[in-house]
Design a protein. Structure first.
Lengths: 373, 373
């Protein structure tokens, strides 16, 4: 049976070129970079430095501004909690959008319990944050704003650059969760004007178990873990060296191949957007139709259960996601879909099709052929 | 030039059999277990379940009692902070030994700032905690005790089983940092009587970037990060699937081969302990000479600088550690060596030789031949 993987927002396969680069760091150059008085540790340290430079280059920042973490969730936790705690004497007000990932949303709720005040910005029916809302919500007490660059469920790309201008003017720290964008579409920190940005290797054909937080030079952060001096003490614990090497290689490849990947993906995405309504009755797209990720199509279908569709397509070798695939701890309807006005009873049943760099037109055709059965 | 790696306490090479097991999970079975409605995610979920059982089996606990983390430091942070916060209504007193790893020591200091009271148990000149001290230090307000199973710098194995009897009797939660023991010497949780235990894959020829916390069924813990439902919400963030698979395989191999590994290592260690004083003047061993890890020898030398020795041996292809190799954020003399009474001016200069399963008698001979030059 043909296999068609269309769930790249959930995770991507690791590029074989990336795995090849990682391999020597398991068995041969296996040292701990904290033990850099001998050759084994020194080689590991050098590899970490090189990868840090590659990840920094992908988003146009300085290598020293990259803090390696293990997951994007950890990077988001560190950013939101760490920046809130480091700035609590300046103010207690935080602003986030209501469609943030759980790692931001639940950290914000936790900070509320600890005495911070959080404003949750609404989005319109396309999923877009209103920049005027951002400006209006900032008070003298506001220390931190966190708006995601793109949303994994509905593919929408938020106006980060415009928000960045506002936060700069108002002197508020601006974090963006770029887990769905960095390595996929151009992410240039100097252009976006953010102070902090999270990214994960598994989004762009790097290995799982490694991610990074960009933090602008000079900005203080409180670490969420205590221990050794790794990552300047901001993220203690032995580095995942093969993972770091893999993320570096994946970042390098993403930078080189990004343009051609996007140019291949957009026509496939737009073919789906054009053809799907002709083939599936009662289909409703979610998220803005053009201000969205290159390979991302999302929708819901009246009278159809998303999870059943995912299961049905799986029997035909096709992997897609339902809105609830991202593991919600409370198993409630997706807060993202509720936010854009999808009726709560269908919020369990939405579909996300996310194409990757190796998908072909035949994959797309195979998908809807089986969808129609 | 011959290469002799004698720094296994810092990290171990990943066993090629482990790497082989991991490989399909990068490029082929690369799914995200949170997306288990399709085959890719389901295969990943199954692999996680199988590895969880193998790690549980290594320390004789139930699979559901294993929480995967990314580093041993993270497991220690989660244990100490998470258990303290979950039990703060029962009491505010915590007991740790003064030779704990930074991830325990600095978390304890942080908890002190947050209103907890911490007692730091002294060790004797051999590095051993006095079990009577443990019993005497427990008050009605004590909620948590953390004593490491073995110390990485001085190799000493603490009387965890005896302490476990006391904590059980006094109804105090007992955590042990078993990062230097699990997968190396027998660690049977039911025998040790601990409630919580941290272990890391890189200690026993598994990959870096994956570790685990054992937590006894029924014990509550507060997670140190917020996000998705992974690991029952106790450690959110996308799982490092190849890492988990690798840790499982390494645990399986460690269980099978442990006896023969130890039987090979103890004579090599004891040869070093017997011969070194004859070959090196002014040598002083640290840690008890028999209540210690199988491949572990540690010492300091009057009038010699540890770091210089490490560098010198490195030119001859030999990797060992100086006392300061474990990255102290404050670059102070090792708190472990200070605790056992080593004069502060030599605390930078101690040596740890840690043998691994693949070291040979020739390696040991090569080591001291070059040591003498």
């Amino acid at each position: 049976m043909r296999k068609v993987y269309l769930d790249h927002m959930s995770t991507t396969p690791t590029d074989p070129r990336v795995v090849k680069e990682m391999l020597p760091f398991f068995t041969e150059n296996f040292g701990n970079p904290s033990s850099h008085l001998h050759e084994y540790g020194l080689k590991a340290k050098k590899a970490v430095d090189e990868s840090r430079a590659k990840v920094a280059d992908l988003i146009n920042v300085k290598p020293d501004e990259i803090i390696f973490t293990f997951t994007g969730s950890e990077a988001n936790n560190l950013a939101l909690r760490g920046l809130a705690l480091a700035n609590k004497n300046k103010g207690k007000h935080i602003i986030i959008s209501e469609i943030e990932h759980f790692s931001i949303l639940y950290t914000a709720r936790e900070l509320e319990k600890e005495g911070f005040r959080v404003s949750y910005l609404k989005v319109n029916k396309d999923g877009l944050v209103d920049t005027d809302d951002v400006a209006k919500t900032i008070t003298k007490d506001t220390i931190l704003i966190s708006i995601m660059h793109a949303n994994n469920e509905i593919g929408i790309i938020e106006p980060i650059k415009e928000i960045g201008k506002i936060t700069k003017e108002k002197d508020v720290i601006f974090h963006t969760d770029a887990i769905a964008t960095a390595g996929i579409i151009p992410v240039d920190v100097s252009e976006l004007g953010v102070d902090s940005l999270s990214t994960t290797s598994q989004s762009f054909y790097g290995p799982k178990g490694i991610a990074a937080l960009y933090l602008r030079e000079g900005i203080d952060i409180v670490s969420i873990m205590k221990g050794g001096a790794q990552e300047g003490g901001r993220r203690p614990g032995t580095d995942n060296i093969p993972g770091i090497v893999g993320m570096g290689k994946a970042a390098e490849l993403a930078k080189i191949e990004m343009k051609s990947r996007i140019e291949r993906l957009i026509p496939l995405r737009d073919k789906l957007i054009k053809e799907l309504p002709n083939r599936i009755k009662y289909l409703h797209f979610t998220g803005h139709l053009t201000k969205r990720l290159p390979g991302h199509v999302s929708f819901w279908i009246s009278f159809a259960e998303g999870e059943s569709l995912v299961l049905f397509l799986n029997y035909n070798g096709i992997a897609i996601a339902s809105g609830s695939a991202c593991s919600s701890p409370d198993l409630q309807a997706s807060h993202v879909l509720t936010a854009i006005g999808v009726p709560p009873d269908v919020c369990h049943g939405s579909i996300t099709v996310s194409l990757g760099k190796d998908n072909t037109e035949e994959d797309v055709d195979y998908f809807w052929t089986h969808y129609q059965r």
